[in-house]
Design a protein around this ligand. Structure first.
Ligand code: AHR
Length: 519
């Protein structure tokens, strides 16, 4: 007898059956859309990005300077910016990460050739020239159409530094910081939508206890005021995935002073930080364990939401997954500490799986930031001097951006298993949303070797046609794009579907992602 997984049971009875009967009635791989329960908007900020002063993430990846031979606009490389613009990036977190807790914003303003340098102690010990600073960050946000998420320095900075930085960024009028900003060429204040207060304070941010950070957080949050425009969303630096106690203590002590609390969680294929495994040279069992570990995101999110529900039953405080993604060993030969890794078909599936989770918990998850945007960890884009390529993960962000600000349609999913060495995971994961009468459905088959036929029940939605269908897949689980072969993993049109009697049947190859637009 086949073993099936029912991943989510909607509160509405399906097929007129009681929940106990439902499992018996669903056969094979089935995704049922519960249109009647579609209420919750998916925050666009779930599609956020993160750019840290780390390796070639900013320098070379985004910023080459106005004198570079690489085609650029005001120092921003044209090819990368144009590719990123297509993703409709809603928010960009900067300047770190661990780097944020060593950053002195005053070194990143004024004429570039006069800016003081610093040593980037966390990431390779290289000398940071501060050519990319506050003005460049806001220009980047403007080019991308993204909101700013500025992470202030708590670990080695001061409340005074933060107050003056906020004043510099957001004040109008004749105050000293607004004058300084104008003297540096920016007349109008900028809008800081999100303010991150601290980063991994239990680790690189200062090795603090949650009790200590709670008090420090209260002080910073108290002084964190925007000088004009709407109030900033203050996000307290939360724990790592399973640091439940950290968020519990922080919320108990400081909930009224925060609008959001973060968590960070990375998928380490082996689960071992000291030996994460290669980005493309992995076997089936490492492929499997990558998904086992990625799925822990859901466990962590659920628990953090329970904690939030206890301290904030009115659901005022958002959960922000401020860093997520797969973290592998860096590419052999790349600079130590630069976290440069390739990106494969597996990683595209890791991304779609994360979006499925984030959408599912959209009631509380108000933002997420992939780590990171270019050349670092699970990047959208890799560059090599003047060359660049789009990664498989880029294509998922592009395919799934339709869910930004759309209304989530809750799902019931039943899946045949993906089994390796006696351990199983559901092979099918999915998400769906509706906006302006258009339904977008994403289905992923994570199985390494087996195709899956999936029946998508849209009978509750009065839909008549599949307007558009695309697939992202490749010949192997570790297929990836290279500078010489940049389109090995790229979306193509998908024709293996049939809509009949309120059901769309799709045949998915192994390790594939299908996105359907239905109306
Ligand atoms: O994204 C890389 C690093 O991972 C960040 O600087 C830090 O916050 C996390 O540990």
């Amino acid at each position: 007898m086949k073993k099936f997984f029912v991943l989510a049971i909607s509160s509405v009875l399906l097929f007129g059956c009681a929940p106990g009967q439902r499992e018996a009635e669903l056969e094979g791989n089935v995704v049922v859309l519960d249109f009647a329960a579609a209420e919750q908007e998916i925050s666009e900020y779930i599609y956020g990005h993160f750019a840290e002063h780390l390796g070639r993430g900013i320098y070379e990846g985004i910023w080459v300077g106005p004198d570079s031979d690489i085609p650029n606009v005001n120092g921003f490389r044209t090819d990368v910016i144009e590719a990123l613009q297509k993703l409709n990036i809603p928010v960009l977190r900067w300047p770190g990460g661990c780097f944020a807790d060593t950053y002195n914003w005053r070194n990143g303003i004024g004429p570039r050739d006069q800016r003081p340098t610093m040593v980037n102690t966390f990431w390779g010990g290289i000398v940071e020239n501060n050519h990319f600073g506050t003005h460049e960050f806001f220009e980047l946000c403007e080019l991308l159409g993204a909101e700013a998420y500025v992470n202030v320095n708590v670990g080695s900075g001061s409340v005074r530094e933060m107050i003056e930085w906020i004043e510099y960024m957001t004040a109008d009028g004749d105050g000293p910081m607004a004058k300084l900003r104008r003297a540096n060429g920016q007349e109008e204040p900028w809008d800081v939508k999100f303010l991150g207060i601290g980063n991994e304070m239990w680790g690189c941010g200062g090795q603090m206890t949650p009790e200590t950070f709670s008090q420090i957080y209260r002080t910073y949050a108290h002084f964190a005021r925007q000088y004009g425009g709407p109030e900033m969303i203050r996000i307290a630096a939360g724990g790592y995935g399973d640091h439940y106690n950290w968020n519990d203590v922080l919320l108990a002590n400081a909930a009224p002073l925060m609008d959001g609390i973060s968590i960070h969680y990375y998928t380490i294929p082996t689960g071992d930080w000291g030996n994460k495994s290669a980005a493309t040279g992995f076997c089936d069992s490492l492929y499997f364990s990558s998904f086992r570990n990625a799925k822990l995101m859901e466990t962590h999110v659920q628990r953090h939401i329970e904690i939030l529900d206890t301290h904030d039953p009115d659901n005022r405080i958002g959960l922000y997954v401020a860093e997520w993604g797969i973290w592998t060993d860096q590419e052999p030969g790349s600079v130590p500490g630069f976290l440069y890794q390739q990106n494969s078909m597996r990683d595209a599936l890791i991304a779609s799986l994360h979006f499925d989770i984030f959408h599912k918990y959209a009631e509380r998850i108000r933002g997420a930031n992939i780590a990171q945007m270019v050349n670092v960890l699970q990047a959208m884009i890799l560059t090599d001097g003047p060359r660049m390529l789009l990664t498989p993960t880029y294509h998922v962000f592009n395919m799934y951006q339709v869910h930004q600000n759309a209304t989530k349609i809750p799902l019931t999913i039943q899946s045949e298993p993906f089994t390796i060495n006696g351990e199983s995971l559901p092979s099918i994961t999915a998400t769906a949303s509706i906006k302006d009468g258009i339904v977008n459905i994403g289905v992923s088959n994570i199985h390494a070797t087996e195709a899956r036929e999936v029946v998508i029940d849209v009978s509750g939605g009065n839909l008549s046609q599949v307007a558009n269908a695309i697939i992202l897949t490749a010949s192997a689980i570790n297929s990836h794009n290279t500078f010489d072969n940049p389109n090995v993993v790229a979306p193509t049109e998908f024709a293996a579907y049939q809509l009949e009697g309120g059901k769309i049947t799709i045949t998915m190859p192994p390790h594939s992602i299908v996105k359907l637009k239905v109306n």
